[in-house]
Design a protein around this ligand. Structure first.
Ligand code: C2E
Ligand code: MG
Ligand code: MG
Ligand code: MG
Length: 288
């Protein structure tokens, strides 16, 4: 498939990931080191958003990207969220981190629009801390204004557990974001404990089916049954679906056959620097 080859063509060796370091095995010391270095990283612009393609599963057409944070650590290399997100959550640094990622993602969406792709959405993860800030809606609006981004190009993701932690508060916050024209998604769907009655009340647009269920399809009977159930439920609640972690053509075919429209995963491309993602758009535009 030409589209798949296209999104993956840019994958090269210059974004090798690494771990925080074997000397960092003592939990408390590691936490302190990560915390102080993260403060420096936030002040010094070491955090970057990378963009993972989201596609129409049936046609392979690009529909947008999820912004995923990476840390270009000066002495180590490119660190993945698994190395530092937990410490950011524990220390509250996730709030300024998330704001930087949101700002960067909005800036890119403006660039994509100016390159002739107002249809491309950028999805940004919101942590629980961010989501529960009383002035979240104003903050997001300020960032949209500052970056020239359109609300219609933005999607915000929260997990089921974040949404359910204060379900009534979540309904209000989600409604506030929705009123601005921002799309909303539940991330890692199926791993939390959403009650179906709340799922109905949350003003959301999309369920992102967790990668752990996609892994087993179509061979594993349990995963297949769960994915089918989620697809049926989304259909009756009139929610859009996106499958996370699509890695094989067989998974893609199964999802298309079951009626899941959108997907994201290594089959289509990994998260890549903003420049590389922009090249894909520019090249597709040039190709007509
Ligand atoms: P997530 O939001 O569920 O993002 C999807 C994760 O799955 C990403 O991992 C992505 O690289 C990975 N992934 C995508 N396709 C595949 C696939 O086909 N196979 C496999 N094995 N993995 C795939 P990543 O970038 O390491 O991020 C992990 C988590 O860190 C994210 O999960 C999200 O919960 C969190 N995160 C990332 N960026 C941010 C951010 O800016 N703010 C907040 N609050 N959390 C973030
Ligand atoms: Mg996500
Ligand atoms: Mg997810
Ligand atoms: Mg996750």
């Amino acid at each position: 498939n030409a589209d798949i080859a296209m999104y993956r063509a840019k994958e090269r060796g210059r974004n090798n990931y690494c771990f925080y370091g074997p000397e960092m095995d003592h939990h408390a010391r590691r936490r302190l080191t990560v915390e102080s270095e993260l403060r420096r990283a936030l002040a010094g612009g070491e955090l970057e958003a990378h963009y993972q393609p989201q596609v129409d599963l049936a046609t392979g057409a690009l529909t947008g990207a999820e912004a995923l944070v990476r840390w270009r650590h000066p002495e180590r290399c490119l660190l993945l969220p698994g190395e530092f997100i937990a410490v950011a959550e524990e220390t509250g640094l996730i709030v300024p981190l998330g704001e930087q990622v949101l700002r960067a993602a909005c800036r890119q969406s403006t660039r994509w629009r100016e390159a002739g792709r107002p249809d491309l959405k950028v999805a940004v993860n919101l942590s629980g801390h961010q989501f529960r800030q009383h002035d979240l809606v104003e903050q997001v609006c300020d960032i949209l204004a500052e970056t020239g981004a359109h609300a219609a190009q933005l999607e915000l993701e929260i997990t089921e557990s974040v949404a359910m932690a204060d379900a009534d508060g979540s309904v209000a916050t989600l409604a506030g974001l929705r009123r601005q024209g921002i799309a909303l998604a539940i991330d890692d769907f199926g791993t939390g404990y959403s009650s179906l009655s709340y799922l109905k009340r949350f003003p959301i647009d999309t369920l992102k089916i967790d990668r752990s269920f996609i892994q087993g399809i179509p061979a594993d009977g349990d995963d297949t049954a769960i994915v089918q159930a989620i697809i049926a439920m989304a259909r009756s609640l009139r929610l859009s679906l996106l499958a996370e972690g699509v890695e094989t053509p067989a998974q893609r075919e199964f999802l298309v056959a079951q009626g899941c429209r959108s997907g994201q995963g290594f089959l289509f491309g990994r998260a890549m620097p903003a420049e590389d993602f922009h090249h894909i758009i520019a090249r597709a535009a040039a190709a007509g």
